[in-house]
Design a protein around this ligand. Structure first.
Ligand code: AMP
Length: 112
């Protein structure tokens, strides 16, 4: 089976800007940032989308890692998970977006 682009990043087959790594996760800078700070937290164990993860430990660890990485870079931030094509997902390897660094977070209130 073809590797996802994120598996190729994890396996160092293509370059990326890695900001965090442990046994189970990698966090990288998004290649096309939609915020002043835009990071992706990616589980090394492949699932195609968030709702495929059934293990409470795996789900909890993903969000614990996302908040830990976020706090290493930002005070306030937004976490986004696009789930499925209709939810805006383009890379079918589960990941959490960390977005932040806006001068005025209040401007975001009309999105969610
Ligand atoms: P999503 O729409 O939730 O699947 O988000 C996929 C994200 O991956 C997008 O924000 C892309 O900019 C980002 N992306 C795609 N390829 C790369 C890459 N090689 N390195 C870093 N980020 C990437």
């Amino acid at each position: 089976m073809n590797k996802t682009i994120f598996e190729r990043i994890i396996d160092r087959e293509i370059p990326s800007s890695i900001v965090y790594e442990d046994d189970a996760f990698i966090a990288i800078k998004d290649i096309a940032p939609k915020a002043p700070v835009h990071l992706l937290v990616i589980p090394k164990r492949l699932s195609t989308r968030l709702d495929e993860i059934e293990d409470v430990q795996d789900m909890g660890q993903l969000f614990l890692t996302a908040t830990k990485v976020a706090r290493q870079h930002l005070g306030d931030y937004r976490l986004v998970v696009n789930v499925g094509k209709g939810g805006g997902q383009e890379v079918f390897h589960t990941h959490v977006h960390i977005l932040g660094g806006w001068a005025d977070g209040a401007a975001l209130h009309d999105i969610v």
